[in-house]
Design a protein around this ligand. Structure first.
Ligand SMILES: O=C(O)CCC(=O)C(=O)O
Ligand SMILES: [Mn+2]
Length: 210
């Protein structure tokens, strides 16, 4: 894994012997599990998820203007969700997404009732800086993010500014979990890359409070 040490945020990677790497950042709880899914399982999931998810080009509202998202997305779950000025009506859980959810719930002890799936078709597909801090996720959202296909860099940067962004390469089969104050104090993004990269699928599980 790649990390950097920005001036004051003291990013460090700490293994804990249980396969979970805790990324040490002020006012954040971020853990990374490389190989949460085995290599064969991750390959099968990439192909299966690509085929089974209802991929769409979502449109979001940015500064009053509706624009196409620079990636494909799919929403599954039990609850509607409003973000960036759009309301997502979920599709029913598909088989592999439901199985991945069960595995992540068993490993983390958290329960999730919705998932946003993202398909980054190549290096120009991306996700801009944001926090998953919508009020319906509650004051301390738990976000569990599973990655398949090409590795991509995921960046974290403090909302209040200052300090370089902290990169984490999200490998296929990995699981990244953000908890506690992370969404309150940090933004994250998946920047575009000029390197030739293949497609990547990411599933971010959330819990929408009633
Ligand atoms: O693709 C990723 O790793 C991040 C996805 C994400 O942050 C989101 O869907 O809110
Ligand atoms: Mn996010």
């Amino acid at each position: 894994m790649e990390t950097s040490s920005p001036s004051t945020e003291a990013a460090a990677v700490r293994g804990s012997g249980d396969g979970v790497v805790r990324i040490s950042l002020a006012d954040a709880e971020v853990e990374y599990r490389q190989g949460f899914f085995g290599p064969d399982e991750a390959l099968e999931l990439f192909d299966g998820l690509r085929a089974e998810i209802r991929w769409e080009r979502h449109r979001v509202r940015i500064r009053g203007r509706e624009v196409d998202c620079p990636r494909l997305s799919g929403w599954e779950g039990d609850a509607t969700y409003a973000y960036s000025g759009i309301t997502l009506r979920p599709a029913p859980w598909t088989a592999r997404v439901a199985a991945v959810r069960r595995q992540i719930e068993a490993a983390t002890g958290e329960m999730f009732n919705s998932v946003l799936a993202n398909l980054y078709r190549d290096g120009s597909d991306r996700l801009g800086w944001h926090a998953d801090d919508e009020p319906e996720l509650g004051p301390a959202p738990v976000i569990a993010s599973a990655s398949f296909g090409a590795p991509r860099r995921f960046l974290l940067r403090p909302k209040r500014g200052g300090g370089a962004s902290v990169p984490i390469v999200l490998e296929p089969g990995s699981l990244l979990v953000m908890r506690g104050p992370t969404q309150r104090h940090w933004l994250h993004s998946v920047p575009p890359t000029r390197r030739p990269v293949g497609p990547r699928i990411n599933l971010t599980f959330r819990r929408i409070l009633a």
